[in-house]
Design a protein around this ligand. Structure first.
Ligand SMILES: NC(=O)c1ccc[n+]([C@@H]2O[C@H](COP(=O)([O-])OP(=O)(O)OC[C@H]3O[C@@H](n4cnc5c(N)ncnc54)[C@H](O)[C@@H]3O)[C@@H](O)[C@H]2O)c1
Length: 425
């Protein structure tokens, strides 16, 4: 069994620490946030994740996991899981990785292992961390082993995915990769692939970039379709019959703290990343595009009443970080519209939140921003009876055109032209 320090006990670090502790390792969760540390030492958690509360309680009670606001001595392994956000100019903000690495230096000794789990721009281990770790006086790659092992867990399924996902371990040399593989083998059932640290960094960032660029392509298709008299959703359905084509869905933009941010790491790192940058900009343009579509349906936004359904960055979660619909909301308010939001999942995050039919009272238009399950059962007759206008804009292809039109409302769909080619009977 090893003694392990996990630096940063947030969405990634805490489940990782708890999993290692559940396998009998002695784990310290070190964090600069006293609130998180105090909660942990009481066996409690301050984030939402199914099953995590019970596991943390169990491993804290067993004495295998403790929280600390001080970086501990005498650990075999130091795992860094701190945030890697971007600055307002879209460059990577590496302050947390830098300070976490500096915090380790006085404590590491011969034979220790340092693992970076945070999603980081390629070359972070080689160019940012190693020069700092060298200050320990240890021979890097021999007396101090270092690797990047990116985390790919899905919020909501974190404990299961930590165990079953495959894992990439990118060491600065073979000895580091093999030692780090052995560390993860105690919690990971999936296959563990060994490579270099920079390749591992590139893999994780490219996984998120792959999705971002493909969503950008779907959004571009939506914009072109509206111009060219077609319905993008029908194009996608038919084109995806091709055995080697899988076009993703368009929408009001890309959100969350991974896919909407990580591609910028590549844009900063290399000027060869033209397609990636264009994709990012295309996805970032979608809230403005949707705002303009709303304007084309109701006229000048000043004084118009808008019911906005769903503001989180994806369906059925409470997370509004980098949410494109939150951005749309701001744009609508800036244009003078009176926006009433209804989001049954984001209750904690919003100062004002209306019920489905209260949000629509006297509305000129109702806009579906996020396809939460609760919105599947909207009674459009009831919606029509409280709305002033008739327009419905669906940005997710989620509501039934027939049900909306049968209620006397007018269905409009992001990506579907208002001037569709008609078949003559
Ligand atoms: N959340 C996810 O679903 C997810 C999935 C895959 C990868 N990642 C990546 O994992 C990394 C961590 O993300 P997260 O969501 O867990 O972040 P988080 O904000 O939930 O947690 C990070 C924690 O690190 C602490 N911290 C910051 N600087 C510190 C320092 N110098 N020393 C000690 N503690 C420090 C913070 O107080 C916070 O509690 C990021 O790079 C992220 O991109 C996240």
């Amino acid at each position: 069994m090893k003694s392990i320090c996990v630096i940063g006990i947030g969405y990634v670090g805490l489940p990782t620490a708890a999993m290692f502790a559940s396998k009998g390792h002695k784990v310290v969760g070190y964090d600069v946030n006293e609130k998180a540390v105090n909660a942990l030492n009481k066996g409690k958690i301050i984030i939402e994740e199914p099953g995590l509360g019970d596991l943390v309680k169990q491993v804290v009670e067993s004495g295998n996991l403790v929280g600390s606001t001080e970086c501990p001595d005498d650990c075999d392994v130091y795992i860094i899981a701190v945030p890697t956000p971007i600055n307002s100019d879209k460059t990577a903000d590496m302050r947390f990785v830098r300070s976490a690495t500096e915090a380790i230096v006085p404590h590491v000794r011969k034979g220790n292992i340092v693992i970076l789990e945070s999603t980081s721009p390629p070359r972070t281990v080689e160019d940012l961390m190693l020069p700092i770790l060298e200050k320990s006086g240890l021979k890097i790659g021999d007396e101090l082993l270092v690797a990047h092992s990116p985390e790919r867990i899905l919020p909501g399924k974190v404990l299961e995915e930590l165990r079953t996902n495959s894992r990439i371990v990118g060491g600065i040399n073979k000895k580091s990769s093999e030692a780090v593989k052995e560390v993860y083998e105690s919690i990971v059932e999936g296959e563990i692939f060994l490579t270099t640290s920079t390749t591992a960094e590139m893999c994780k960032v490219m996984e998120n970039t792959f999705r971002d660029v493909n969503i950008a392509l779907a959004n571009e298709l939506a914009k072109m379709s509206e111009e060219l008299g077609v319905n993008a959703w029908e194009v996608i359905r038919l084109a995806n019959q091709h055995p080697r084509v899988n076009i993703l869905s368009p929408g009001p933009g890309v959100g969350g703290h991974c896919i909407a941010l990580d591609p910028w790491f590549l844009v900063e790192a290399s000027d060869k990343s033209r397609l990636i940058e264009q994709g990012r900009r295309n996805n970032d343009s979608m809230p403005t595009y949707v705002k303009n579509r709303i304007t084309s349906l109701v006229g000048r936004l000043d004084g118009k009443r808008i019911a906005l359904y769903g503001v989180t960055y994806k369906p059925n979660i409470d997370d509004v970080r980098e949410s494109p619909v939150m951005h749309l909301w701001t744009l609508l308010k800036e244009a003078g519209a009176i926006v009433k939001v209804c989001d049954p999942h984001a209750n904690e995050k919003l100062e004002e939140n209306y019920g489905i039919y209260d949000a629509a009272k006297d509305a000129d238009i109702a806009v579906l921003g996020v396809n939460h399950a609760e919105f599947e059962r909207v009674d459009f007759g009831k919606l029509a009876s409280v709305m002033k206008g008739k327009a419905i804009l669906d940005t997710r292809n989620y509501w039934s055109e027939e049900s909306v039109n049968n209620a006397g409302l007018e269905y409009h769909l992001l990506g579907k032209s208002e001037n569709m080619d008609k078949w003559e009977n």
